[in-house]
Design a protein around this ligand. Structure first.
Ligand code: SF4
Length: 334
């Protein structure tokens, strides 16, 4: 592990200035991913700026009827918040499908958005990796790629984003509030994460030195018509091979609106608004769900170890629609 210095901030501006004072400093909150990166010599910051004392731990109603979640709210606090459980159960389900109770107790919302891929090669400093060291190559292309992307990949990188929470936030159309020394701004969830393209070392559209301060949920939480389905190699404490977050608006058995995001398949939660629009006004049944899955997975490409994900993803989508439909009719979903 590289040697680093440690600083602690009590105010957002103080944290930003500490970050600016040292260009290779990084913020640390729960540290559940960053400590791994430090141990494996993947991250080599000169300074860690501890932001755990910043006043970003509240969950507040917004004037528009939504919810603003501070970036330092832990995953456990968010999943068990009464308002979230009642109005945004899709979010609570996705959180509780991820990690372990111990990790959820310290992992934060902001950190969850910034966690890095779990590609084996990325964590092995003895191998090439375009994400860790641009221009060195991508051994996953023809190597161990069971957990890798089937959508949105590039010839530089086929890594996936590992978060469960982010898949639900994408389906819910959350917004990400960030602040820097030049001011504050909000990004749609779709524009927050990036596809790898020819810059796979850049995961997000955060500008240099910016800090996530909150995530804002819109009013619609799809409480009655939702499902989060996650398929993984172990029953718990494992990242998704494929996951799907679905929110439905139904008029009887007809789809009035749909949101569907996939996890485990791309460098960011995967959505296709065109596919979602195509389902509006149609009856919700296995055939229309299967047709939607085909549209959402259009262009999917498998490799030696992960081609199974294409069929798996289609099945996960159909299953998620089925659960959401059962719930919408007040039936017990299992
Ligand atoms: Fe690195 Fe991406 Fe290739 Fe993995 S898939 S080895 S993270 S470049």
């Amino acid at each position: 592990m590289n040697r680093f210095s440690y600083a602690r901030a009590s105010a957002v501006r103080e944290a930003l200035e500490q970050r600016r004072a040292n260009g290779s400093a990084v913020f640390i909150a729960g540290g559940t991913n960053l400590v791994d990166l430090l141990r494996e010599d993947v991250a080599r910051p000169a300074t860690l700026v501890d932001i755990n004392r910043l006043p970003l731990k509240s969950i507040e109603a917004t004037p528009g009827g939504g919810l603003k979640i501070g970036a330092l709210v832990t995953n456990s606090a968010l999943a068990y918040d009464e308002t979230v459980a009642a109005r945004y159960p899709l979010l609570a389900e996705a959180i509780l499908a991820g990690a372990s109770a111990q990790i959820r107790n310290v992992a934060t919302v902001g950190g969850n958005l910034l966690q890095r891929t779990r590609c084996y090669y990325f964590y092995d400093a003895g191998t090439a990796c375009n994400k860790r060291e641009p221009g060195t190559g991508c051994p996953a292309m023809d190597g161990l790629n069971r957990i890798h992307a089937i959508l949105g990949a590039s010839d530089q990188c086929i890594a996936v984003h590992p978060s469960d929470l982010c898949v639900a936030l994408a389906a819910l159309d959350a917004r990400v509030h960030v602040t820097g020394l030049k001011g504050t701004r909000a990004l749609s969830f779709a524009e927050f994460h990036r596809l790898p393209g020819d810059t796979p070392h850049i995961d997000t559209n955060l500008a240099e030195g910016e800090l996530i301060t909150a995530v804002e949920l819109p009013k619609e939480g799809y409480a009655a018509h939702h499902a989060y389905v996650k398929v993984r190699d172990r029953a718990s404490y494992a990242f998704a091979l494929v996951s799907a977050a679905v929110g439905l608006e139904l008029d009887g058995d007809t789809v009035a609106g749909v949101r569907c995001a996939l996890g485990g398949v791309a460098h960011k939660p995967w959505r296709d608004p065109g596919a979602e629009d195509s389902l509006r006004g149609k009856p919700l049944n296995a055939a229309t769900a299967q047709d939607f899955a085909g549209r959402l997975l259009h262009g999917a490409r498998g490799r030696s170890g992960n081609a199974f994900k294409i069929e798996l993803a289609a099945r996960v989508i159909v299953r998620a629609f089925d659960i959401a439909a059962q719930r919408s009719r007040g039936e017990a979903a299992s």
